[in-house]
Design a protein around this ligand. Structure first.
Ligand SMILES: NC(=O)c1ccc[n+]([C@@H]2O[C@H](COP(=O)([O-])OP(=O)(O)OC[C@H]3O[C@@H](n4cnc5c(N)ncnc54)[C@H](OP(=O)(O)O)[C@@H]3O)[C@@H](O)[C@H]2O)c1
Length: 172
């Protein structure tokens, strides 16, 4: 969220189930959030509302499964509707399920490109991205919640910290 805003994204919408996390996303600059754990019909309406007339340029997906099926249904236009621009769906994870059902109408009626995260960026792009993240972090432009952990305690904190939303900083 923070990086997309820093890099110039005009409007960013976050989606998730955890209300506390969604509230944090708004603090971090999200223009809107979508609560994912709601009935399919109202979730689809929320995606339609946030997509607006302009639609989504980029969707970064860590969930796949049912939420993605509902999102794809939401961006499917009536056939022969004017499509103004491409939507790039970047597939990064599958926390909500490893498969989806993909209606043909989605591909006929949207300018959708689906791509994965492996092998797409060149080494130069990755190095540049890491440089930007680290230098912006060092300048205090990114809010990153951390937990300082003595190396001796790493075994006991590992599982807990992995689900706390904080990054572990190991102190030798
Ligand atoms: N391609 C890459 O570079 C890359 C990098 C990192 C991770 N990944 C992949 O991305 C996925 C997420 O990784 P992570 O490290 O963020 O995992 P994580 O910390 O375990 O978080 C999983 C998230 O998925 C949500 N979730 C699970 N089931 C859901 C459902 N049915 N509907 C809506 N939300 C659901 C959870 O929401 P709640 O908090 O509400 O439970 C939680 O926020 C994994 O598949 C992982 O392998 C890929």
């Amino acid at each position: 969220m923070q990086l997309s805003k820093l890099l110039g994204a005009k409007r960013v919408v976050g989606a998730g189930r955890n209300q506390e996390m969604l509230r944090k996303l708004l603090e971090l600059g999200a223009d809107a959030t979508i609560q994912l754990d709601q009935p399919d019909d109202s979730l689809k309406s929320a995606f339609v509302r946030e997509a607006g007339e302009a639609g989504f340029d980029v969707i970064i997906d860590y969930l796949w499964g049912r939420p993605m099926e509902t999102l794809l249904a939401a961006i499917t236009k009536p056939e022969f509707a004017e499509i103004k621009k491409e939507t790039r769906l970047v597939q990064a994870g599958e926390s909500a399920g490893p498969t989806i059902s993909l209606p043909a109408a989605v591909l006929r009626s949207t300018a959708l490109t689906i791509l994965g995260t492996v092998g797409i960026p060149s080494r130069e792009i990755l190095v540049d991205a890491m440089h930007q993240i680290l230098s912006r972090g060092a300048r205090g432009q990114l809010r990153i919640e951390t937990e300082r952990v003595p190396l001796a305690d790493i075994e006991s904190v590992w599982q807990h910290a992995a689900h706390s939303g904080r990054r572990i900083v190991v102190i030798p």
